[in-house]
Design a protein around this ligand. Structure first.
Ligand SMILES: [Zn+2]
Length: 339
């Protein structure tokens, strides 16, 4: 029997050397250590031996089994390590390969202008104010000296949600809301999206952006308005920019004016951008109408103020030489990545 054990052991060792993969190793394990293996048969056969030989033979069989088991385990570990190494080699990152560059967008020209204007006015001590885009007609019109029957309230100009609720046609309702809740001195700008019932063309869009400014304090005059706008124009459009006022009419300011800036392309000589005028229309402005102050619970005898407002698209188009407003809303990255 001893002979038989030794032969089996040698045979197992020899077969182990030719094992090529995990599956073959598993087969080998079953063959030598499984329930139907020859070792198991040997153990079962111990009962037929003389009693005094049984312990010794039992030990021999078990020792051989342990030896084979250890060899198989060692071999298995080696194989797994080798497999892992090969896997790592295959998955290694080649740092010399060209990478997939993430495309980083650019800031939209509208956002850029809004940010620039905000910075300029924050530098002059203004606060940024915000308000709802779906607004009560009361705030969009009534409180701004635009009572019922006023042509600006026409269905042709404004999107109505109900009779009393509109998509704000200007950012001025934010001014009314601030005047109602805050005590003067007030110094704010309100940037935001506004809506008007315009058809889309090169210079019109039913959705556009406005920035309005409002200052309310004691003894605020038209001179303060002009100085402020001059400062803004120089910072936004260049140090040599000049500003001029033309009389105009707005329901919420009195007196009212439209402000032009000297063309920042030709400096006033006349060119394509200013259509030969030398001036570019920039914004509407004026001294806040006493009726507006009153409807927002501010005493016009004690306080005065100025307001101004302009379209962000117009500034962006002038500043970047864009000749069609639709380009700003088409989201064509070939256009947008230029900014
Ligand atoms: Zn010009």
């Amino acid at each position: 029997m001893e002979e038989k054990i030794r032969t089996l052991l040698e045979q197992a060792k020899a077969e182990l050397k030719s094992v090529a993969n995990i599956q073959e190793l598993a087969d080998l394990k079953v063959k030598y250590l499984g329930k139907k293996s020859e070792f198991t048969a040997l153990l079962k056969g111990l009962g037929e031996l003389p009693v005094e030989q049984r312990p010794q033979m039992g030990n021999l069989v078990n020792a051989a089994k342990v030896e084979i088991e250890d060899l198989i385990t060692d071999f298995e570990n080696q194989m797994q390590a080798k497999e892992l190494e090969e896997k790592l080699k295959k998955e290694k990152i080649d740092v010399t390969m060209p990478s997939n560059v993430q495309k980083i967008g650019s800031v939209h020209p509208i956002t850029k202008i809004i940010d620039e204007v905000k910075d300029i006015f924050i530098g002059m001590g203004y606060k940024i104010a915000d308000g709802p885009e779906i607004e009560k007609a009361e705030y969009n019109f009534d409180k701004l000296n635009t009572p019922k029957g006023h042509p600006a309230r026409d269905l042709q100009d404004t999107f109505y949600i109900t009779e009393d609720i509109v998509l704000r046609s200007q950012t001025s309702p934010v001014q009314a809301r601030v005047m109602e809740t805050e005590k003067p001195p007030i110094k704010i700008i309100c940037p935001g999206t506004v809506y008007r019932s315009d058809s889309v063309d090169a210079t019109h869009s039913p959705v556009f952006h406005q920035i309005e400014g409002l200052v309310i304090d004691k003894k605020v005059t038209m001179a303060d308005l002009k100085g402020t706008l001059e400062m803004f124009a120089k910072k936004c459009l260049g140090e040599n920019t000049k500003i001029r006022f033309r009389p105009h009419h707005f329901p919420f300011t009195e007196p009212s004016a439209e402000a032009d800036v000297s063309c920042f392309v030709c400096g006033g000589k006349g060119c394509r951008v200013c259509k030969g005028e030398g001036w570019i229309e920039l914004l509407g402005c004026g001294m806040v109408h006493p009726n507006v102050l009153r409807s927002c619970n501010i005493d016009p005898e004690e306080y005065s103020g100025f307001a101004f407002g302009f379209g962000v698209e117009r500034i962006a188009m002038a500043k970047y030489g864009i000749d069609d407003m639709r380009l700003l809303f088409e989201n064509d990255i070939r256009f947008l990545k230029q900014f």
